[in-house]
Structure formats: C-alpha cells, structure tokens
Design a protein around this ligand. Structure first.
Ligand code: ADP
Length: 512
C-alpha cells in the first residue's frame, strides 16, 4: 500500500533533514546519477554509456539488464566519488527515456525480450492496421497522441505476438510490462513496488489522460491484458525504498517522471503558458496548458506535463527531428567545422544569411508540416556562398523550426508566449539563442544547470519528502542562466521567415 503523502514528510520521520537528493537519469545513450543540495547545486555526478542494438534496419533495442546494472553502478560511483552515502540522501528521483518497453516474467524477473527502444519503427504495420480500422480518433481523443510506433502500446503487442508463449503467459497474469522507470523502480525496490507515474503512462498510448486510468477499449484493441500493467502514481510521492542490497540506508524513491516532463519541471514551467525548449540532437518543446488537454490542430500531441501536488497540468508537445544533428552533419559529413562549439562565432562572422536557407528535412518534416517524404535542401546559393554561409544557415534552421512549432502551439492553445526557457547542448550557442529571441520577439532564458532533466527528478522527489517546502521555494532557488532579449527588426524578421517558408515549401512532397 502506498503511504499517505504526509507520511513521507521528513518532519514526521524523526531523523532530521538529510543533506542531499539523488537524481538518476536513465537516458537513451547514457545513464547518470547526480547528487543535488538544497540550493540546486549539483555536488557530484557519474555516468555510463548504454549500448543500443540495431538488429534490422529501423529496429532499435537495448538490454534491460545492462540498463539496470549500469544504473546501479553509477548510483554507487556517485556516492563514493562524493563521500555522500545513503544515510545522507533524503530521497531519490528518477527521470527516464520515455516509451521504451520492457516485458518481464513475474516469477523470475527476467525480461522475455530486449527492451524495444522508442525510436524503433518495427511496429509500423500494427499502427497502419489500427489506422485502417478507424481507431485514430479514439486513440487521439483518449490519449492525446497520434497513433505512431514511437509509443509503447504497439511494442508490447509486438512482443506478445512474437515471443513464443507470451500471449498465454500474459493472459495467465505471468508477465509484467514497464517503461524504463517501472523496470528500475521494480528492481531497485527488490520487486516491492510495481508502478509508473502519470507522465510515463501518458506515453504508452494505452492511458486515458482524462480519466487518469488505463483504457479498457484500447487494451482490448491491442489484446493487452490489464494484469500486465503497473499501478499509476503521482510523479511526486512514494515509490518504495531502495533495497538494502543496493543502498545500505534504503532511501526512498519519491519522484518519477519521463525525461521531457522532468526537464519541464526542472525549468519550473508551473504556470499555464510556461514553455521550455531543449536544443539537443533534436528539439523537444513543451507548453503548459493548465487543466486543459488541448486537441491540437497543428500536428502536436497533448500529454500529461506535470502530475505533482494533487493536480495535473497538461502540456502540448512538439519535437523537431534534426536540430543539433544538423551541426553534427556539418562536422562529420561535410567536414566544414571541427567542433560544434565554433559555430556560434562562425555564424556571427557574416552580417546576414545572404538569402541562403538550409532545411534539414533529412528524415522528413515533423510538426507542424508532417511530410515524411520531404528531404533536405539548401536554397539561395550564390558564387559568394562559403563555409560561414552554410554554418549560419544551419544555425538559423534550429531557430526557424522551433519558431514554427512554437507558433503552432500558440495557435492551438490560444495563448501568446511571454518567454521561453531553454536547455540542451545547442542552447549554449549564443548566436542561435539571440536569433531565436529576435524571431519570436520574446526573451529567452538559458537554464543555469545543464542537467535540467535530473534536476526536475530531484525536485519531484524533494517535494514529496519535504526537502523543499513547495514550488515557491523551488522558484526562489532556481538558478537562471543568461537571458537573451529580442533586438530584431520586425520587418527584417518577417522577410527572413518568408524566405524560410519558401525554402520549406520547396522540400515538400505533400502540397496543401
Ligand atoms: P542529446 O541529449 O540530444 O543527446 P545534447 O543536449 O548533448 O544531446 O546535444 C548534442 C547536440 O548538440 C549535438 O548534435 C551537437 O552537434 C549539438 N551542439 C553541441 N554544442 C553546440 C553548439 N555550441 N552549437 C550548436 N550545436 C551544438
């Protein structure tokens, strides 16, 4: 039985205020553990890469046991590195790669197949069948999601359909499904807690984001028995104590959220309209839409953004496939830069883009265009175009793409943004951030901590145990990085945007 929220408060525990929160971030390419103090300072961290397997084109898998073992190893490493051990850790928060699916045997605890990664496209035929059956609207209205192999549901079905005896075992209640958070919580608590949180559940395509329960109609559509689904809990609350074999003093896991939602919380996007954009390999944007799950007309999805303190904030989510990866392409495929960090200076070395645009539709166009057949294009080249022209066009493309998604969010939500919080490695690029502020006409604020995702998980855990009193205290403590104020000329920005949209139109295979 989960404890009452108040039972978790440190004030009631009688052992004073331990000094630190541990956050673990189980990412796609690496797992991390960090230790945070009450002023949000990251005192220590450790990380380890995770292997990804590509057994066939478009298939992506990871080994759940490797993820677990690496996670435990970095949790141990960070304690030894810092000299801060489990008796000084008030609580643990978990953030994780979302949608990735693990199915394991209830008795042995052994996975019956590798984890199927969020990027894996093998279930496209299952999704096509759902769409052909006319299930899109049901899925969209209940889950806020557009049917896609990305989400967990069809990955579970694939495992049940393809692992010998799995359907029968599932029907007999012998199998357990979990996203990575659930897999970690189950194993870190020695099997005592089988649970996920609302944010992770909202990415499975099986969870009704309005009733806040697994949806029987969707479960029967996919032939997935309810018995193989975890209990769904608030992101900030009790997820059990870590087993004594892993941490001697058995700190409590008190926060769980999917990585983008954890980062959203780490940015303190608590109010309706608050929006964050993470500039990494791709871009991930989330806008807080308060208690309304907005039905997007602009090709975005609705998801549970925050599930803390007894209330839900929904969010609109949009993503861009190629952002920082365009810079990587300049380095690795064209060889015109040697390091991503030099692009800000190179882009600023020319007065303007000289009419050159780079549309990085390397794998189609995402929101708000949704044109999978589109391919990349560079327009407006002249004999004077050089390396700086291309670098500038690549940097600008990150800002234009984010502009398009953010404007689609504003239209869906019926709100204008008043500011944007940013993180991710490419958010350190001063040229891109200033250009983004100019284009949007609003201030952009960098996160002070690079590890916003882990910080969000720490916040969720810390609030649950009273390490931090309330959201107000988090906002007070929250360190903000550099702010970029808009300084662009409106006419010039409109001209640039029209050049960009002209270039995008030329890449399209779907003419609307
Ligand atoms: P992820 O979490 O998506 O793996 P990161 O947040 O570490 O990624 O971002 C890595 C990406 O950011 C890489 O694709 C890299 O090319 C890009 N990048 C890193 N630094 C810069 C920079 N200063 N300017 C532009 N892009 C950058």
């Amino acid at each position: 039985m989960p404890l009452n929220f108040s039972d978790l408060r440190l004030a009631d525990s009688g052992f004073g205020r331990p000094d630190y929160i541990m956050a673990i971030d189980s990412g796609t390419t690496s797992v991390r553990a960090i230790i945070v103090d009450e002023y949000d300072c990251i005192v220590a961290q450790a990380s380890k890469p995770v292997t990804t397997f590509y057994p066939q084109p478009g298939w992506v898998e990871q080994d759940p046991m490797e993820i677990l073992a690496s996670q435990i190893s970095v949790m141990t490493e960070v304690q030894f590195k810092s000299g801060i051990h489990s008796d000084s850790i008030a609580a643990i928060g978990i953030s994780n790669q979302r949608e990735t699916c693990v199915v394991w045997d209830r008795d042995s605890g052994q996975p019956i197949y590798n984890a199927i990664g969020w990027q894996c496209r093998r279930t496209a035929p299952i999704v096509d069948r759902l769409i052909a059956q006319g299930a899109s609207e049901t899925i969209r209205s209940k889950t806020g999601l557009t049917p896609d192999p990305y989400f967990s549901a069809t990955k579970i079905k694939w495992i049940l359909d393809n692992v010998s005896g799995a359907h029968e075992a599932a029907e007999a209640g012998e199998l357990m499904f979990g996203t990575i958070d659930t897999w970690l919580v189950y194993n870190l608590t020695g099997g005592a807690v089988y649970a996920t949180d609302y944010t992770n559940a909202s990415r499975t395509m099986l969870f009704n984001i309005h009733t806040l329960d697994w949806d029987d109609e969707l479960l029967s559509l996919l032939g997935i028995p309810r018995s193989m689904l975890p209990e769904v809990r608030w992101s900030s609350g009790d997820f059990g104590r870590v087993s004594g074999e892993i941490m001697t003093h058995r700190p409590r896991i008190a926060g769980v959220a999917g990585d983008q939602q954890a980062s959203f919380f780490g940015h303190c996007c608590f109010e309706r309209g608050d929006t964050k954009n993470t500039y990494g390999t791709g871009c991930f944007m989330l806008m807080n839409t308060g208690d309304e799950a907005v039905d997007s007309k602009g090709g975005l999805i609705s998801t549970i953004g925050i599930a803390e303190g007894g209330s839900i904030s929904y969010a609109l989510e949009g993503s861009i496939f190629h952002a920082g990866s365009t810079i990587q392409w300049l380095r690795d495929k064209l060889g015109i830069i040697s390091d991503a960090a030099e692009t800000s200076q190179i882009a600023s070395s020319v007065p303007d883009n000289a009419g050159c645009y780079l549309v990085p539709a390397f794998s189609g166009l995402g929101a708000p265009w949704w044109d999978p057949g589109a391919r990349g294009m560079i327009t407006g080249l002249t004999a004077a175009s050089d390396r700086a022209t291309l670098v500038r066009a690549a940097c600008e493309s990150m800002a234009y793409q984010s502009y398009d998604v953010l404007r689609a969010m504003e239209a869906d939500a019926g709100m204008r943004l008043s500011g944007l919080s940013v993180d991710g490695a490419a958010s350190r690029n001063e040229f891109i951030m200033q250009f983004q502020a100019d284009l949007l006409g609003i201030p952009i604020t960098q996160a002070e901590a690079v590890e916003t995702t882990a910080l969000g998980a720490a916040y969720l855990a810390g609030l649950a145990v009273g390490y931090w009193e309330d959201r107000e205290e988090l906002v007070q403590n929250h360190g903000r990085g550099r702010r970029f104020d808009p300084a662009g000329d409106a006419g010039e920005m409109a001209h640039l945007l029209s050049g960009w949209h002209d270039a995008v139109a030329r890449t399209r295979t779907v003419i609307q």
